[in-house]
Write a protein that binds this ligand. Structure first.
Ligand code: MSP
Length: 645
């Protein structure tokens, strides 16, 4: 049986961030789970490349829209591959095959009388690429709050208003069509409120799919992008989709426009539209336009791909918003993965190596009945949770089993049993270790959709040779005959090494800065590609308050050996001892010029060593031509140590 699921097709106005990675990882987990149930599961992801925003981003980067889209699309693909996402199709809306599908669908709708030509004047939000129907000139966009612009154009309309009843009937007949419930209710009230026809072409944009009519029309972004789901599988028999997984802000397009387009063209409808919540960073939606995105790769390099996947699916209750922070990430990693699962695995495996010659015992006395009962329940509940996309609860269920086995090991003290010589102790010891090993085996199968690599590693250490991803989760049983007993263990290695929190966070931040530089270089002119547009990337006053700026006075200055740009300064900032600071200003200032000079110091930077000299702060300077520094100072008297606000 086939199971076709999709992620959104991501805009290519910037590189992938953690929000995109979240959708993609969840989709990957669902796909893996369905495969383990025996479905022929197919996952489509890809990029939505047309429209004004991409045109703009390309221009800022000094590239053509096509070249810019090529680069960003390749970056999405590279990152999903590096993260081991098992996607089957990567659809780019700039692909000629997709152009054909869109034109074909348009013709089908037109032949059936659902398209007409008209003039439209309205308030348009260029950021969201939407007309704001109810807005008057000068009104802001209700979604992004940016000003709307008045636009008049001759374009083609889709008769959305004619589909109100059929859509309501669809939601009525298939209550699970839109999930979760809260999103379904939003859609219901939106559709009940009446639907306006939709303008689906533009003459104001160049970068798009040509409409097969006279004139310079290209398709409007949603009549283009949504159809990508169909293009991806038009050659095979996978349509209709079983699930479109999306973020909650694009529910309306998927649950109203998309089924209406398909109804108009007499094509089968997707079975489910499932919306997840947002990843927040410091209470705010993580998004490029808010300038607060975190990048997935630097995180994966420190906590592993599975560490990140575990965090996202355990911490965020699916369907709701959830916060990301480095602190919470490393906290969970250490508590649940290093001390939890990782520790259970290494304890169990090491004891089997030590007390049983590295061969999983076949217990004469059988496995523990209590643990067995719990395990059967956990198997049932976890599968049920996955079915309902309750990832967090699924993981909690598996952890409850791990915790019970931990306790069971402590109570039965295999290390004491191993010291005794009698047969009964030996039998008991075998029973305890076999129970623990079987718990691990079952946990591996249950955890595979969320943590494919770590589970596979533990699986191999248990001496299993069949690929874990090909196990049937629906056939998973506790202690089936001839699974583990008698198997020699594989090479034992730690799966989740414990992390020093401060160090791990520092490392992720460092890697992130590096990744941002690399991305800027890849996508376009470095400064321009990263520079924020008007209103973009602003920080709050609280953000600014985190930077501790103080008035300082230079007490000594000398050149740093072997570095012709660096000066080593000792700066009094009102603390008992002057600060040691290394500044890259030696080509603009001599040490003598700086003595007793008042400067502005960033006082709360992480200390670092430059050429072996500790630098505990930074001197603020303007950077003028060729990066030459000009020190900031004061015209009036400013006492040493005063804080700048
Ligand atoms: N191109 C459209 C989708 C067209 S689908 C035919 C689009 N692209 S997007 O690049 O803006 O990606 C939006 C999707 O990325 C969201 O629906 C969600 O899946 C994911 N996320 C982006 N930021 C997110 C968070 N902060 N949190 C969680 N997911 C978010 O919309």
């Amino acid at each position: 049986m086939k199971y076709y699921l999709t992620t959104p097709l991501y805009y290519v106005n910037g590189a992938p961030h953690l929000g995109h990675a979240y959708s993609t990882c969840v989709a990957d987990a669902i796909k893996r789970f369905r495969r383990m149930q025996g479905y022929e599961a197919v996952l489509t992801t890809g990029t939505d490349e047309h429209g004004q925003n991409v045109e703009r981003a390309a221009k800022r980067a000094g590239r053509s829209a096509a070249e810019f889209a090529d680069r960003v699309a390749a970056e999405f693909r590279r990152q999903w591959e590096a993260a081991g996402i098992q996607y089957d199709r990567f659809i780019r809306t700039s692909d000629p095959r997709h152009h054909q599908t869109v034109q074909w669908l348009f013709e089908r709708c037109r032949e059936r009388g659902h398209i007409y030509q008209g003039a439209y004047t309205g308030q348009y939000c260029f950021n969201c690429e939407l007309y704001v129907n109810e807005a008057k000139p000068g009104d802001p966009c209700p979604d992004c709050q940016r000003p709307t612009e008045t636009v008049t154009e001759e374009n083609y309309f889709f008769r959305l208003s004619a589909f109100q009843e059929r859509l309501l009937e669809l939601y009525e007949r298939h209550p699970a069509f839109i999930q979760p419930e809260a999103r379904r209710n939003e859609v219901l009230s939106f559709v009940r409120g009446g639907l306006k026809d939709l303008s689906i072409t533009r003459t104001t944009i160049q970068w798009g799919i040509p409409v097969p009519v006279e004139g310079r029309h290209v398709f409007y972004v949603w009549f283009d992008a949504l159809i990508g789901y169909l293009t991806a599988v038009r050659q095979d028999n996978y349509w209709p989709a079983d699930m479109h997984l999306i973020g909650k802000e694009i529910v309306r397009f998927h649950a109203v426009f998309w089924p209406a387009f398909l109804m108009a063209a007499d094509l089968p409808l997707p079975k489910r539209i499932v919306a997840h919540g947002w990843i927040l960073f410091e209470q705010d939606k993580m998004s490029k336009s808010r300038g607060n995105v975190k990048l997935p790769e630097p995180i994966q390099k420190v906590v592993g791909i599975d560490g990140l996947r575990y965090f996202l699916m355990r911490e965020i209750v699916f369907g709701q918003d959830g916060s990301f922070s480095y602190d919470a990430l490393v906290g969970r990693y250490n508590a649940d993965l290093a001390n939890g699962l990782g520790n259970l695995a290494s304890r169990t495996l090491n004891m089997i190596a030590k007390y049983c010659g590295g061969v999983i015992p076949g217990p004469a006395a059988g496995l523990d009945a209590g643990v067995g009962r719990l395990a059967r329940e956990v198997i049932f509940n976890t599968i049920d949770c996955y079915e309902n996309l309750e990832f967090s609860r699924a993981l909690e269920a598996v952890w409850s089993l791990g915790a019970a086995v931990d306790k069971y090991i402590v109570e039965h003290k295999p290390w004491s049993l191993a010291e005794r010589e009698d047969l009964e102790s030996r039998t008991q010891l075998d029973g305890v270790l076999a129970t623990a090993a079987e718990t691990l085996r079952v946990s591996c199968v249950l955890l595979y959709p969320v943590m494919p690599w770590a589970s596979e590693k533990i699986w191999r250490q248990l001496g299993q040779t069949d690929p874990l991803g090909e196990q049937r989760v629906d056939k998973l049983e506790w202690n089936p005959p001839s699974e583990l007993p008698g198997r020699p263990l594989g090479q034992i290695e730690a799966v989740f090494p414990r992390l020093d929190k401060a160090e791990a966070i520092h490392r992720m931040q460092e890697l992130e800065q590096q990744a941002r530089r690399e991305q800027a270089e890849l996508l376009g002119k470095p400064e321009e590609a990263t520079a924020a547009g008007p209103g973009e990337g602003k920080i709050t006053i609280e953000d600014f308050a985190k930077v501790e700026l103080r008035v300082g006075q230079v007490k000594s200055a000398e050149r740093v050996k072997g570095a012709d740009k660096l000066l080593h300064l000792m700066v009094d900032i009102g603390e008992p001892q002057p600060r040691s600071i290394v500044a890259g200003i030696a080509q603009a200032y001599t040490p003598e010029q700086l003595l007793e000079r008042k400067v502005i110091i960033v006082a709360n930077l992480q200390p670092r060593k430059l050429r072996g000299v500790e630098s505990n702060g930074m001197v603020v300077a303007a950077s003028i031509e060729n990066g030459q520094p000009v020190l900031a100072g004061f015209l009036e008297e400013a006492p040493v140590g005063s804080r700048l606000k």
